[in-house]
Ligand binder design. Structure first.
Ligand code: SF4
Ligand code: SF4
Length: 178
């Protein structure tokens, strides 16, 4: 029997973490006092600006099992979002085991890269993974050839990760928010 699409998300949580995106853009959504209070209670810290509201990832509502602690009151942006993998699963273009395999592939890439990045003096291990990768790329661009050669395997690994993300998860070239 085909599993429910939202069961895939419960096994994943990547778009709520600090791997795929840096923030969630709430767009035109009206934020009621009830929502604001509920979201704050699960550590979703919404920043409201004249250009729109957003909150940073990893999301405070994501629990250790990768589940949303305010699933039924989650922002509209979250409820609407479907990554490429989820869309393909819903359309029957990828099987359940294959979809799970892709998710696990990303998670194991991230775990290995995170450990390797932590060995670099320039790393900020407490920062979101998305920014740590960005920091690494900026450092790499500015480094001399000898320093680059020492970490070329990390550059290859982060390119491999970005390739999987762009082929299997991202919907467009806009990858800083969802
Ligand atoms: S990345 Fe895709 S499959 Fe994973 S939780 Fe988000 S929408 Fe669901
Ligand atoms: S509110 Fe829930 S669905 Fe939205 S980013 Fe946070 S954990 Fe994910």
């Amino acid at each position: 029997m085909k599993q429910q699409a939202n069961s895939l998300c419960l096994q994943c949580g990547l778009c709520c973490s600090d791997i795929l995106f840096a923030q969630v853009d709430l767009g035109e959504q009206t934020i009621t006092r009830v929502c604001r209070t509920r979201w704050r209670s699960v550590s979703i810290n919404v920043i409201e600006r004249s250009s729109g509201a957003s909150f940073s990832l990893p999301c405070g509502a994501l629990d250790e099992q990768g589940r949303c602690r305010c699933y039924h009151e989650r922002p509209h942006t979250c409820a609407r979002f479907q990554c490429r993998l989820l869309q393909c699963y819903e359309a029957g273009l990828i099987s359940w085991p294959k979809a799970l395999e892709k998710i696990e592939q990303v998670k194991s890439h991230v775990a290995a890269l995170s450990q390797s990045l932590a060995d670099l003096a320039t790393d900020e291990p407490e920062a979101p993974f998305y920014f740590r990768l960005q920091l690494f790329r900026e450092w790499y661009q500015a480094a001399n050839p000898e320093a680059r050669a020492e970490v070329s395997h990390l550059m290859v690994a982060q390119r491999a990760l970005l390739l999987i993300l762009s082929q299997e998860f991202y919907l467009s070239d806009t990858v800083s928010q969802r």
